[in-house]
Design a protein around this ligand. Sequence first.
Ligand SMILES: Nc1ncnc2c1ncn2[C@@H]1O[C@H](COP(=O)(O)OP(=O)(O)OP(=O)(O)O)[C@@H](O)[C@H]1O
Ligand SMILES: O=c1[nH]cc([C@@H]2O[C@H](CO)[C@@H](O)[C@H]2O)c(=O)[nH]1
Length: 318
Amino acid sequence: MNNTNSYALVFGVSVFDICGFTDNNYRCNDSNPGQVKTSFGGVCRNIAECMSRVGVNTKFISILGDDETGNRMIEHSKLMNYDMSDSLIIEGGHTPTYMAILNHQGEMVSAVVDMKIIDKFTTEFIDSKAETIRNSEYMILDSDRPDIVEHILKNFSGETKFILDPVSAAKAEGVKHLIKYFHTIKPNRYEAEIMCGFKIKNDEDVRKAGKYFVGLGIKNVFITLDEDGIYYNNGVEEGKLKANDVKVVNVTGAGDSFVAGIAHGYMENISLIETLKFAISMSTITISTEETIHPDMCYDLVNKYVDNIQWTHVKYNK
Ligand SMILES: Nc1ncnc2c1ncn2[C@@H]1O[C@H](COP(=O)(O)OP(=O)(O)OP(=O)(O)O)[C@@H](O)[C@H]1O
Ligand SMILES: O=c1[nH]cc([C@@H]2O[C@H](CO)[C@@H](O)[C@H]2O)c(=O)[nH]1
């Protein structure tokens, strides 16, 4: 890192993922032959682990039960070198679980998430972490607890730069009135629709959404577009960038690793396009494996992908 003391902070949930991969054509209302894999997940935990794996000095404030899964996650964070020491451990609490079914193309067909424990986050807890928040270069948030997000944004505005991963369209609804406080947002197409209030069906719509978000004062807008890559707009540079010939095994975690790549680019002060190539490469690596995070994810592997990928870049500005 440029400055070994500077860090990026992630705040949000840690989840135990159970992913079922169907062998062949998925049939609903039936038991599908396939494989079941477990891994540590959670949008924010995934972001924190991926950031640390590519060398970002990372702190992660999360919430866990004092159950076996929670303890294993804390131990794992030490191995992966991100700092969870500010996290809230709930006595008798149940660490969140996510159960997803993926079709033979690696696309999620349905999922259930059990994360009742997040009700235990309080504004008092947040205030007790004020120094950690104030001293961060960036703070990455999801939208699981809109009331807590609002408290953080309004009380620490101007003291760090906020990055939003909305997690899902349903959850994006709860934070859409707050997006002007963010330095960066990373919605997918459906989350962006909720936050801008109109349908995004084509490139013209995505550009209209980008313009709308930039008009609110958001510095960097990144809209993820699945196999079409990413739309970006920072008010000066605008375009679409995508990786070609991507192998898809499991899309779980694609957006999370993208955010980690963005945080890496920001912390290293690299250009917007280099940052995006790094971030998309991280997504490309993520979706090439069954696990939520590729077991070999690291800085050198990402750079190999950056160099070897065939990129398609459409620039809208001159
Ligand atoms: N089917 C795919 N083919 C090629 N690249 C993909 C595919 N799915 C995702 N990606 C890559 O991963 C990035 C993020 O994926 P996606 O658009 O699914 O984000 P997301 O919906 O925010 O992710 P998540 O489901 O993890 O929240 C995309 O911008 C793209 O670069
Ligand atoms: O509501 C949620 N659903 C799913 C997840 C997590 O998303 C990850 C993939 O992006 C996956 O690891 C799951 O735990 C979450 O954190 N919150």
